[in-house]
Write a protein that binds this ligand. Structure first.
Ligand code: APR
Length: 247
């Protein structure tokens, strides 16, 4: 199946690569819903990833995102991220859309991935959304409280630049992603459980527009029926193999 999928990728003029937590798992960045190691198996999203949580206990929330940021800083892109950058180099006009808030695509050489859920490296003022400086990373510990910095313009608290549950996605990013998915020959979906909307609708949009949809995931997901090819395995294993066979 990988050769057939690679043939479709090799022949494609317009490619969207849609990546999610699974692509960063082999870099040591935990996914969200893995039974044991997933963040939501160990932490309560209600307490850490909602606007209400930040209003209630900003130090706990900021501390937790500082801890996640420190972990991403210690991580390195893996062969999966590198393969995505290779696809971009081989297929001009390719679009990378990610749900991830880490910067591993950029560090692997991807030019302008669309971050649907924001970034750990783009804090902003909680009142005006004015971009804020990233403070020197404090010694973040698992569960440690750290007081958020203050906005230099209005002195309001600075919040993490990520999309929390109950918040809308950044409009420009979402519409650019939807447009790209509605107009591609091949969409690769890598490492998502396919349960968080509206992002999980992107492979469906591409399939409905007639694109070949290739899924890479060690497990079955609700997207299986939407996909032309379901490649069972990890991102760091299968993406380089796909690229080698396609180009
Ligand atoms: N390679 C490929 N896929 C993998 C790997 C790997 N090495 N390891 C795990 N996976 C798969 C899992 O089987 C699972 O289907 O990645 C998926 C990860 O799913 P989630 O943890 O639910 O992550 P994701 O789909 O990105 O979550 C969506 O939910 O919590 C919010 O905002 C957060 O962006 C996130 C969104």
């Amino acid at each position: 199946m990988i050769d057939e999928a690679a043939a479709a990728l090799g022949a494609a003029g317009r490619v969207v690569v849609f990546t999610c937590a699974g692509i960063s798992a082999e870099s040591g960045v935990p996914t969200f819903r893995d039974d044991l190691t997933g963040l939501w198996a160990r932490y309560d999203p209600e307490q850490l990833a909602t606007p209400e949580a930040f209003d209630t206990d900003p130090d706990l929330v900021w501390g937790w995102y500082e801890w996640r940021r420190a972990r991403v800083r210690q991580a390195s892109p893996n062969a999966g991220h590198v393969a995505v950058a290779a696809i971009e180099a081989r297929v001009p006009g390719s679009v990378v859309v990610t749900q991830n808030v880490d910067d591993l695509h950029e560090r692997a050489g991807s030019t302008a991935p669309i971050h649907l859920h924001g970034s750990l490296f783009a804090p902003r003022c909680a009142a005006s959304a004015h971009p804020a400086e990233l403070p020197e990373s404090a010694a973040a510990s698992d569960g440690g409280r750290i007081e958020p910095p203050r906005c230099t313009e209005c002195d309001a608290l600075v919040r993490p630049g990520v999309v929390w549950f109950g918040e809308p996605l950044p409009e420009a990013a979402l519409s650019a992603a939807v447009d790209a998915c509605g107009d591609c020959d091949v969409l690769l979906t890598v490492g998502t459980s396919g349960v968080v909307y509206p992002a999980a609708a992107l492979p469906l949009i591409a399939a409905r527009a007639g694109a070949t949809v290739i899924q890479i995931n060690p497990d079955r997901t609700p997207l299986d029926d939407v996909c032309t090819f379901n490649l069972r395995g990890t991102a760091a294993q299968l993406l380089p193999a796909l690229v080698r066979s396609a180009f």
